[in-house]
Design a protein around this ligand. Structure first.
Ligand code: NCD
Length: 311
């Protein structure tokens, strides 16, 4: 039986079922074969228009979506804040209605306000993919993280995943908590008390008071970037102290399982979330995460378009 995604849009993993997550991961595995072929190309999205609308900086997410579009034969166009009518004061509604009126099939959107893609998606006919909304969710990052975990560990269910860092500002951690818990993993999180939101204990995760407690016996260690651009006041005394108490170093690695893998969504502040020696450690999979980002985004574009064709 042909498997189709439940929703027109991918807004977050809170709303995405385990079945759909599995479908996306399985499709991404197929996309990996295409990426490993000599031409890297298919024509599945030939003639389709994808708009990449990024109102916050991005290297990995934007570039991998752009490559994913090209690999599937879609036409991709970029729009950002600078250089667009947003700088003339045009509001978000008018901007996305304009994008939609140009027969756009898929809209990838990154916005500094939590919930912006959820507001827009019901108003337009294009399928919306959330490329990161404020401090809320970053579903495609968590999906590529899960694809990487599955690649290295052969499964997700039953694993212990420790996520350490600036939990308060991280949309990556929220998507990973939803996604990994639906897939049967145990998620443990640790952050300085000033970077741990109070509501987090209502999410399906174990809130730990220190890094050791989170990382003890873990199969996966994931560092989160300290997001200075979102901090309104200093949340820790010094970088040195942060790195000492909340960085992933050799001592932290020693309390995890001997085959634990090291992850980071990037960009990494070397020497803060982890030293370069851990970022480039033989058990680090950070570069594989980036590679898998292209496969996940190809899978999503393909599946959302397949759903549109089916309607
Ligand atoms: C993440 C983001 O933008 O939320 N980056 C990414 O997409 N790889 C994490 C971050 O910026 O720290």
């Amino acid at each position: 039986m042909k498997r189709i995604l439940d929703h027109k849009d991918l807004l977050g993993l809170q709303q995405t079922s385990k079945n759909d997550i599995e479908l996306i991961l399985d499709t991404a595995d197929m996309m990996r074969h295409i990426l490993n072929s000599p031409t890297k190309k298919t024509a599945h999205l030939a003639g389709k228009s994808v708009v990449l609308f990024f109102l916050e900086n991005s290297t990995r997410t934007r570039l991998s979506f752009e490559m994913a579009c090209k690999n599937l034969g879609a036409n991709s166009s970029n729009i950002s804040g600078a250089g667009s009518s947003i700088y003339k004061g045009e509001n978000l509604y008018d901007t996305v209605k304009t994008i939609d009126a140009m027969s756009t099939d898929l809209l990838v959107m990154r916005h500094c306000q939590s919930g912006a893609p959820h507001l827009i998606a019901p108003l337009i006919s294009a399928s919306v993919i959330n490329g990161g909304d404020g401090m809320n969710e970053h579903p495609t990052q968590a999906l590529l993280d899960m694809l990487t975990i599955r690649e290295y560990k052969g499964k997700i269910a039953g694993l212990r995943v420790a996520i350490v860092g600036d939990v308060l500002h991280s949309r990556v951690v929220r998507s990973n908590i939803w996604g990994l818990s639906k897939m049967g993993a145990e998620v443990r999180v640790a952050a300085p008390p000033t970077m741990m939101p109070r509501h987090l204990d209502q999410l399906p995760c174990i809130v730990c008071s220190n890094v050791r407690q989170a990382c003890e016996g873990a199969d996966v260690l994931m560092g989160l970037r300290v997001q200075l651009e979102r901090q309104k006041s200093a949340l820790f005394p010094s970088i040195r102290e942060y790195a000492h108490f909340f960085g992933i170093d050799e001592k932290v690695l020693d309390c995890a399982k001997t085959d634990a893998i090291i992850m980071h969504p990037g960009p990494c502040n070397h020497g803060v979330e982890m030293p370069t020696s851990i970022h480039e450690h033989e058990r680090s999979v950070v570069h594989c995460q980036v590679t898998n980002g292209v496969a996940i985004r190809m899978a999503l574009l393909y599946l959302l378009q397949a759903r549109r064709n089916d309607q």
